[in-house]
Design a protein around this ligand. Structure first.
Ligand SMILES: Cc1cc2nc3c(=O)[nH]c(=O)nc-3n(C[C@H](O)[C@H](O)[C@H](O)COP(=O)(O)OP(=O)(O)OC[C@H]3O[C@@H](n4cnc5c(N)ncnc54)[C@H](O)[C@@H]3O)c2cc1C
Length: 393
């Protein structure tokens, strides 16, 4: 590792995407520095489940395995979904997808954000220079290297600088990269709830006119809900006492798993669609939520970010093997071309689904009902959708 503050790559932001990228590049022999503002929260077997969980697709898990960050600590806390069931609250449509259709054991796993980050940071220890807590204060994107000055005055240089600081990325703003999209006017209310009947290792999603309601199976038998609601409605639901919340949630879910028998703490997150105009500026490159923010209805945010990681890792390794400068414009643009189009397609698809299911216009209600029924009945279409559900979009 460099002593003079010169590295191959600096990754700013070590959430799940930045930490996975740093680990992947370090594993490939690059000299990596990581700058993270907040130390990760500790992981403990006895602790209450993290309110923030994510559904990881099989390709994301394969990457984590390759990086030595899977299995996560305390695997008994990891949920697994073999099936996915999607239905329309205002129309006739219903579709089911099964991992067996793809010859796989599961469509995905439900993991706690805290434990995912913990596993990545544990694997990272000793493999990269980690500066935490630390924040970037100034950036100078030069011809041969990018120079980063931290708030405490530390200066770092690298051939590639990666912004992985999430949706609010200050580096993206400093680079003058636009980040446009639309606000859904919705919040996702999240909580862990117990239901009268077991979750059947199934990820359930009911499309309501106000937004989708998902129940994701947790390892402890409860379900983690992601309930997308118009802003005012979300505020009302957050303020309900537990009994009233359980009643409202059970009704919104059509009591698919019987009454809700208990609910833990709740939180809400504003929902937005955002896409960066460019992923590359000089020697700087965006990954994860710094580059794209999608509606959580398909649970794909981290999964898309981990595909950014896999792509950038491959592009940089190939450039090095050819003897090219890893921060050269043509190298970073290759990453941008591949990932920007795939992420745009995913964002567009989730946005279209949200719009189609939010409509109460009768022709659209009937059309989406037919669409969902067809998706459930026509073998090849069902298999294609099961693949999409498993992250192979
Ligand atoms: C309700 C909800 C449910 C979701 N469910 C799913 C799901 O099921 N599956 C899925 O794949 N995705 C899901 N997502 C999306 C997922 O949470 C995000 O896509 C993911 O967290 C993005 O990871 P990231 O590492 O890019 O950014 P972040 O997780 O935002 O991490 C950014 C990191 O950068 C650090 N940082 C920020 N600024 C600075 C700075 N200036 N200097 C240094 N460090 C900095 C932060 O401390 C943080 O550690 C969901 C999102 C929501 C809102």
């Amino acid at each position: 590792m460099s002593r003079r503050g010169e590295h191959d790559v600096i990754v700013v932001g070590a959430g799940p995407v930045g930490a996975a990228l740093a680990l992947a590049l370090a594993a490939d022999g690059f000299d990596v520095a990581v700058v993270e503002a907040q130390p990760p929260r500790p992981a403990a077997r006895e602790a209450e489940l993290d309110l923030r969980v994510v559904a990881l697709a099989p390709d994301a898990i394969a990457l984590l395995q390759d990086l030595g960050a899977w299995p996560l600590p305390f695997p008994e806390r990891v949920g697994s979904y073999r099936r996915m069931e999607v239905w329309d609250a205002t129309g006739p449509g219903r579709a089911r997808f099964d991992a067996a259709e793809r010859g796989e054991a599961a469509l995905g796993r439900i993991v706690e954000n805290r434990h995912l980050q913990h596993a990545l940071w544990t694997a990272l220890a000793g493999r990269a220079r980690v500066l935490c807590p630390a924040e970037a204060a100034d950036l100078d994107d030069g011809d041969a290297t990018a120079a980063l000055t931290l708030a405490d005055g530390t200066r770092l240089r690298a051939r590639v600088l990666v912004a992985a600081e999430g949706a609010e990325s200050p580096l993206r703003a400093r680079l003058g990269i636009g980040f446009a999209g639309r606000d859904y006017g919705q919040r996702a209310v999240v909580a862990h709830v117990a239901t009268e009947r077991p979750h059947e290792d199934t990820a359930w999603q009911r499309f309501l006119p106000g937004g989708p309601l998902a129940f994701l199976p947790l390892g402890d038998g409860r379900s983690s809900i992601v309930w997308s609601l118009p802003d005012a409605e979300a505020a009302r639901v957050l303020a309900l006492d537990d009994a009233a919340f359980c009643c409202a949630l059970g009704a919104a879910f059509d009591f698919r798993l019987g009454p809700i028998t208990a609910a833990g703490p709740r939180a809400a997150f504003p929902l937005r669609l955002r896409r960066a105009d460019r992923y590359v500026a000089g020697r700087c490159v965006l990954v994860g939520d710094a580059a794209h923010v999608v509606h959580p209805l398909a649970g794909q945010g981290v999964n898309l970010g981990l595909r950014d990681v896999a792509c950038l890792r491959r592009v940089l390794a190939e450039a090095r093997a050819r003897g090219s400068d890893i921060g050269a414009a043509h190298v970073l643009r290759r990453y941008e071309r591949e990932r920007r189009s795939e992420n745009a397609l995913a964002a567009w698809t989730f946005d279209a689904i949200e719009r189609v299911f939010a409509s109460t216009a009768m022709p659209l209600v009937l059309a989406r009902g037919l669409g969902l029924e067809a998706a459930g009945r026509i073998g090849p279409l069902r298999r294609a959708l099961a693949a999409a559900a498993a992250g192979h979009l």
